[in-house]
Write a protein that binds this ligand. Structure first.
Ligand SMILES: Cc1cc2nc3c(=O)[nH]c(=O)nc-3n(C[C@H](O)[C@H](O)[C@H](O)COP(=O)(O)O)c2cc1C
Length: 175
């Protein structure tokens, strides 16, 4: 099945950090979560949990515990992507699985006309501890990434990143 609009969506996605006051509807948040859970995962373990945050006080507290996330205070919602170490295939796999889920969320949001930004938590131990505390995560559930979501109040042109010098044919260095 060819789906060129998906490729267009991938190529035009950018991080959006300025949001309008319009609130994202429940069905749209569910669409984004559904896309997250469609991600591939090692041995199909799906070792993820998602904390949907729309409480303004909590969004403000995130800005206090993360040095590069002040813009979450104006997001309609943010979603904390967490990896469950009891569900993962083997040690470390939940990071990869949750990263795939996070990217799906960014793309689904973009396809719905919603702006999103990946806010890094893993592998910074201090951030992991702060998010675990704030959201009262059990020990076996680790915060991996936060996705801020809101209707865009900024426009960004697609970025051109295709680099032929990063491509190697058959053996390293054969470009
Ligand atoms: C693992 C990871 C961590 C990131 N952490 C942050 C962050 O803490 N704050 C932020 O504003 N953007 C963060 N970003 C977004 C990147 O800055 C952004 O994707 C990159 O500059 C490329 O720009 P683009 O998303 O507009 O294409 C992160 C992205 C990734 C993949």
């Amino acid at each position: 099945m060819r789906n060129e609009s998906l490729v267009t969506c991938i190529n035009s996605r950018r991080s959006i950090r300025k949001y309008s006051e319009k609130v994202i509807s429940g069905p749209e948040i569910n669409e984004i979560l559904k896309a997250a859970m469609q991600a591939p995962s090692a041995v199909n373990r799906q070792p993820w949990h998602f904390v949907v945050i729309k409480n303004r006080e909590l969004l403000r507290k995130i800005a206090d515990i993360h040095p590069n996330a002040s813009f979450v205070v104006s997001a309609s919602h943010s979603i904390l992507v967490c990896g469950d170490e009891k569900l993962e295939h083997d040690k470390g796999y939940s990071i990869l699985d949750c990263s795939a889920a996070t990217q799906n969320m960014l793309l689904a949001a973009h396809a719905l006309g919603i702006g999103a930004c990946w806010i890094g938590i893993h592998p910074r131990e201090k951030r992991k501890r702060a998010f675990s505390e704030l959201f009262e995560l059990p020990d076996h559930v680790k915060p991996i990434a936060l996705v801020s979501l809101g209707y865009p109040a900024e426009e960004k042109k697609p970025a051109e990143r295709f680099s032929p010098n990063r491509i190697h044919f058959d053996t390293w260095g054969n470009q």
